[in-house]
Design a protein around this ligand. Sequence first.
Ligand code: PHE
Length: 347
Amino acid sequence: MKERLQALQQEAVAKINEITDDLKQLNEIRISYLGKKGPITEVLKGMGALSAEERPKIGAIANEVRTVIQEKIEQKTKAIEEAIIQKKLASEAIDVTLPGRPQFLGSKHPLTIVIEEIEDLFIGMGYEIAEGPEVESDYFNFEMLNLPKGHPARDMQDSFYITEEILLRTHTSPVQARTMVGKKNKESFKIICPGKVFRRDDDDATHSHQFTQIEGLVVGENIRMSDLKGTLEVFAKKMFGPEREIRLRPSFFPFTEPSVEMDISCMMCAGNGCKTCKHTGWIEILGAGMVHPHVLEMAGYHSKKFSGFAFGMGPDRIAMLKYGIHDIRHFYTNDIRFLSQFKPSMD
Ligand code: PHE
C-alpha cells in the first residue's frame, strides 16, 4: 500500500510539473487525485484489511501524500497566476523613455502680435478698447468725419461700396464718431480701436486692398496739442526703442485741425540715412491731429467745453518695420512657412 501511495504521489507530481499555464487542467488533477472518487481515497478504503499496527503508518503516509500533492498544486497555481499577471503587466507596459509625439503649436499672426503690443501700451495709459463694424455706413465713414458727399478728400480713400450708403470702412475713424455719439452723458474718454479696413488699391509689395489700422481718440476738457505730442512720443519710444526721436509735420485730414503726420528717427540707421528711410533719416508712422470742432459738435459734444486729439496708424507698416518684412501681401496670403516664423511667446 505504501508503494502504491508513493507511486500515486510521483505520478501526480509529474503531471502537475508538466502543466505550464492551464489552471483548469490543474484543477482536474486535484479532483482526480484528491477527490472522493480518487485513487488515494480508494487506497484508504482498503485500510480495513490492515493490521492495527500498520494502519496508522499507512494513514500517516496517505496524509503526507495528500499534503504533498496539495502543496504542489497550490505552488503551481500561484506560479501560474503570477505568470498571468506578469504577462498582463508586460503587455500593458508604457515605455516612459520613448520620446513623445510633438504637438503642433500654432503661432500668433504677426499683425496680432503688433496690435496686442500697441493695445497693452495704451491700456497702460488708461485707454479702453473700442470696436466698430467693418461694413460701415457712408454716414459714419465720411459724413460724421467732416467729409460730406463730393468732398475732394474722399478720393484719397477709394472705397468698396456695397450700396450707395453702405461700404467697407476705409479707415477706423468712424469708430471715433460712433464712440462720441454713443456717450450719452458726453463725458471724457480715451479709446483705441484696432481693426480691418479696406481700400480699392491694386495689391503690390506696399499696398493691400485689406489692411489694419489702430485709431486713437481722447476727448476731454483742456486736451491740447502738447498732450497729443507727449502721448505719441511715449508710444514711439516704447514701441521702437528709447533712443527714437519723433517729428511732427503739418498735414491735412478733414476731421482734425490742425493735422500732423508723425515720423520717427530711423531705427535701421539711427537717422543717418538708409534704404528703409529712403535716405531721409525719418520714417512716417501715423497721422494725427486735434479733433475738428465740427466733428465734436456733430457728435453732440460742445466744442467750447471739450477738445480732443486723434491718431491713426497702420500695424501692417509697423510689423513690416519691426520684423523686416518687405511685402505686405505676406500678411494676407496665409503661407504657413511665413506665419510659423512668429513663435508664440511663452508668457
Ligand atoms: N483716418 C486717417 C487715415 O486713414 C488717419 C487718421 C486718424 C488721421 C485719426 C488723423 C486722425 O488716413
